[in-house]
Design a protein around this ligand. Structure first.
Ligand code: B12
Ligand code: SF4
Length: 432
């Protein structure tokens, strides 16, 4: 008999959450590999096109498909009580999932996406509800939280955890042979305006605040034909915006991104591409910038973090000030709008003394592009995350929260001062 598999993307418990092209891409990829070999249903708490919330005015999408999630204020968890910000539950109401479970015959398996480590309360809620309504269903967790906090995740009561990228234990448990040539199961959505692609795995750098080098290893291209098939599928679904989830999208561009974009142009596919996961400015050259614009890239987020050469060197030398300036020049000459170019800068990094954050913000502003403060989330198992045990209990994933950590490190007033300064600087260039 064909197995029935429920796919769940849990609600988010956090101080803030915004749909910055968020999709449960790991979960959809797994389901894609099992296409035609199981029956699927998807419950995505974060689907903003769901009929129940799609009509709400303040939740509408911006022109690139981003927008606010439906959310409700709830009490802060005890360990975050000292943080003077409202805590919320974001996503479809819990009762909707409960009534779905009640009116549906139990599935054989439930696969649950885990994302940020500090979002595990949403995963816990989903497990509780499935267990109560469908006690025989086997619950399987995979994704970032399980990978980075395996022993914590073990306490949530799932039947199987799939940490990292080795999926063999999953196929064995499901007793289904996957077809790894298949694209993600985007058909699971009734309506879709945003999609995700990933052309590669891993990253050639080793930044001290990042988990990617340890989890994914060195840079590796994914098969081009599979990515193109996935792109065609997204186009067929009516998607207008695609975000890349690659860690190093521009690495070895002549072998990975460029052949992909040349095909996009050849096939006359008109789509807006976005790069929310910071691009490596070092790899942007004149030709690549031109090709990206020609193929449809609209927004550019560049990972910069700090203008301090000492900080750059101490954390892995992924980019220098000159490389950022050069990349911006190439992008603007190729036709990118300065207001659509943003440099990320870490706020609340434990070595803030040498990071010179204010000077960094002024430097970015001098390039006539936007700056965005990326609140620091300390990640267990990384050198910088482990160093943060000085301030927080790293074994409690809620303490990895990106809103909380900068406030704990710098204080509420200093954090607000830096955020205000960033807002002020972003108002000073003509395109803002
Ligand atoms: C894309 C991405 C984003 C996107 C959004 C992602 C999302 N859907 O929410 C954006 C750009 C918005 C983002 C933002 C941030 N991110 Co981010 N992001 C990522 C990235 C690159 C991919 C995450 C992802 O979707 N993976 C799923 C798919 C793409 O991965 P995959 O390899 O195909 O998955 C395989 C396996 O993992 C497994 N699998 C995956 N899911 C599942 C599910 C099941 C059921 C099973 C069985 C298996 C399985 O199977 C797949 C086999 O191929 C990761 C790094 C990474 N490479 O994982 C960081 C990462 C998750 N982000 C991180 C960070 C630090 C952040 C920010 C805090 C940065 C900042 N300061 O602004 C913010 C936080 C946003 C917030 N609101 O709190 C950290 C984690 C932090 C933490 N404490 O958990 C990571 C790990 C990067 C790092 N620096 O180490 N991020
Ligand atoms: S360049 Fe980006 S993905 Fe690579 S190690 Fe540094 S922060 Fe992580």
């Amino acid at each position: 008999m064909t197995a029935k598999i429920l796919l769940v993307n849990p609600p988010i418990y956090d101080f803030a959450a915004y749909d910055f092209w968020l999709k449960p891409y790991g979960l959809l990829s797994i389901a894609g590999y099992l296409r035609g070999k199981a029956d699927f249903a998807l419950f995505d708490y974060l689907d903003r096109l769901h009929p129940v919330i799609a009509t709400q005015k303040n939740l509408e999408s911006d022109r690139w498909g981003r927008g606010r999630f439906y959310g409700k204020i709830i009490p802060n968890p005890i360990c975050l009580e000292a943080i003077p910000r409202y805590f919320r539950r974001f996503g479809l109401p819990r009762d909707m999932f409960k009534s779905f479970l009640e009116r549906t015959k139990p599935f054989d398996f439930a696969l649950i996406q885990t994302t940020m480590t500090y979002w595990y309360l949403g995963v816990k809620e989903v497990i509780e509800d499935i267990r109560r309504a469908w006690p025989t269903t086997k619950i399987i967790l995979g994704g970032n939280y399980v990978t980075l906090c395996k022993s914590h995740a073990e306490k949530l009561g799932a039947d199987l955890l799939v940490p990292g990228t080795n999926l063999e234990p999953l196929w064995k448990y499901l007793e289904i042979e996957p077809d790894l040539g298949q694209p993600a199961l985007w058909q699971a959505y009734e309506k879709l305006n945003v999609g995700v692609l990933k052309l590669s795995e891993g990253c050639p750098f080793s930044c001290t605040y990042c988990s990617v080098p340890k989890v994914y290893g060195k840079f590796k291209a994914r098969p081009l034909q599979r990515s193109l098939a996935e792109l065609e599928l997204l186009v067929k679904k009516g998607v207008q915006n695609i975000a890349f989830y690659d860690d190093a999208l521009l690495c070895e561009a002549d072998k990975v991104l460029a052949p992909f974009l040349n095909e996009v142009i050849k096939r006359k596919i008109k789509i807006n591409f976005h790069t929310p996961n910071g691009l490596g400015a070092r790899f942007v050259n004149k030709e690549l910038a031109k090709l990206m614009i020609q193929a449809g890239f609209k927004t550019f987020y560049l990972g910069f973090e700090s203008a301090s050469p000492q900080w750059q060197q101490d954390t892995g030398s992924k980019v220098s000030c000159d490389e950022l300036a050069q990349a911006v020049e190439h992008l603007i000459s190729a036709g990118a709008k300065p207001s659509n170019i943003t440099a990320y800068q870490i706020l609340g990094h434990p070595h803030i003394d040498i990071q010179q954050l204010e000077a960094t913000m002024y430097f970015v502003n001098s390039l006539d592009i936007r700056g965005m403060l990326a609140d620091f989330s300390p990640i267990p198992g990384t050198p910088d995350g482990e160093y943060c045990r000085k301030w927080v209990d790293m074994d409690e994933p809620l303490m990895h929260n990106k809103t909380a950590f900068p406030i704990i490190l710098l204080g509420f007033d200093e954090t607000n001062h830096l955020k205000d300064l960033q807002r002020k600087l972003n108002r000073t260039f003509p395109d803002a």
